[in-house]
Design a binder for this molecule. Structure first.
Ligand code: PLP
Length: 389
């Protein structure tokens, strides 16, 4: 086909479809289905955050604003992470984005050229593969296994590094695994980055949803002076703000600076009133976050207890996020087959593990950011399925 006659580019025509979206669409035919699929808090945005957004509209913060984000928000983010990381972060290190999704776009745009490789954990958030595809990059999956406590190991990453490696995306705490990377692996990754020069893109959107005595370490905290990283983060999960579409990046100022020019050509800027709400989320009371996190702990415990009591299913108790990765291998069905049968036979919507990469085969992802009643009803249905098998 000649270029003049082409209607859709090769890239668009071959964009990998999300299996998560496919499951959502299938579940639409079952309006009464119990859904353990969602990737967002079931809490509403805290009242003081909503009020700040409304005030922003009333104050006519309804025009274009700075590409990199309003100064108040960049400063608030810089101050929060200076304190959290015990490392100087200034507003020049911060870029505001449309959710963590656009933060990932920027991180990849500045780090990866067409044909270069990006290492990703397998299983991981499926949009990584899509975004790398969009850029003409090559995704190189590194297996993350239950035998390794669902933690990405630096030794496995080392075997995947080549002279084409431009970046690695890590995601601790992990969607879908609910695990947190060990400090020793982060240190070894920093060594690898120093040796080979690739950028570490660290998706830390669940950095505040960490339970019990699990020890989360940001890539920014690993080593003084190391700055070949871009932290991707968001207000979506921490503050129950998924629909506001407010995210951000933190990294070296010379790497952050070009992102403002890229934003000019993409969306210009996030709405000012959305950013006002985000400022309130950071600078206002943090007890809504603590309340949400302690409710996830209770729900995690309930789900783990119920799942581990079902014959043939097992679950490592997640130490973070609101996702559990349930081992279904004893049931002898592929994760798609099981997810479809649960939907058709029990009206229970789940996400097949294979939606997150080849290594996700043999697992189902169940979300516990739903009410305890929904968790109990979902587990009742799993029990009924188990009994009828
Ligand atoms: C690991 C991970 N990264 C990024 C995102 C996107 O978040 P946002 O709503 O900020 O775009 C999600 C959302 O599910 C996620 O799970």
């Amino acid at each position: 086909m000649t270029h003049e006659h082409r209607r859709v580019t090769e890239m668009a025509a071959t964009y990998p479809a999300s299996d998560i979206r496919k499951m959502f669409n299938l579940a639409l035919d079952y309006p009464n289905a119990v859904k353990l699929t969602v990737g967002e808090p079931d809490f509403n945005t805290p009242e003081h955050v909503k009020a700040a957004g409304i005030r922003g509209i009333q104050d006519n913060h309804t025009r274009y604003v700075a590409n990199a984000g309003i100064p108040d928000l960049r400063t608030a983010i810089a101050q929060k992470y200076t304190a959290r990381w015990n490392r100087a972060v200034t507003s020049d290190n911060v870029m505001v984005s449309f959710g963590a999704m656009e933060a990932l776009t920027f991180a990849l745009d500045v780090s990866v050229s067409p044909g270069e490789e990006v290492i990703i954990p397998d299983p991981s958030f499926p949009n990584y593969v899509g975004q790398i595809h969009r850029l003409g990059g090559v995704a190189v999956p590194v297996p993350v296994t239950e035998a390794n406590d669902f933690k990405l190991r630096a030794a496995d990453v080392a075997t995947a590094v080549s002279d084409k490696t431009a970046a690695i995306i890590i995601n601790s705490p992990s969607n879908p695994l609910g695990s947190v990377m060990d400090q020793a692996d982060l240190e070894a990754l920093v060594d690898l980055s120093d040796e080979h020069g690739f950028t570490i893109i660290s998706d830390e959107v669940y950095d505040e949803i960490v339970f019990d005595d699990a020890q989360f370490t940001s890539i920014a905290e690993v080593r003084d002076g190391f700055d070949r990283f871009l932290v991707v983060n968001s207000f979506s999960k921490t503050y129950a703000m998924t629909g506001w579409r407010c995210g951000f990046l933190i990294g070296p100022s010379d790497v952050i600076a070009p992102m403002a020019f890229l934003q000019e050509g993409l969306t210009s800027s996030l709405p000012g009133f959305v950013q006002d709400a985000a400022v309130a989320a950071i600078t206002g009371p943090q007890d809504p976050v603590a309340t949400m996190v302690s409710s996830y702990v209770e729900r995690r415990d309930l789900l783990a207890e119920r799942i581990n009591a079902i014959d043939g299913l097992s679950l490592i108790r997640p130490e973070a996020t609101f996702y559990s990765f349930v081992n279904i291998s004893e049931w002898g069905l592929s994760s798609w087959e099981l997810a479809i049968r649960l939907l058709q036979e029990q009206e229970l919507a789940t996400i097949p593990g294979s939606a997150f990469g080849a290594q996700g085969e043999g697992y189902l992802r169940l979300t516990f950011s739903v009410s305890p009643e929904t968790i109990n009803e979902g587990c009742d249905r799993l029990e009924r399925f188990a009994a009828a098998r």
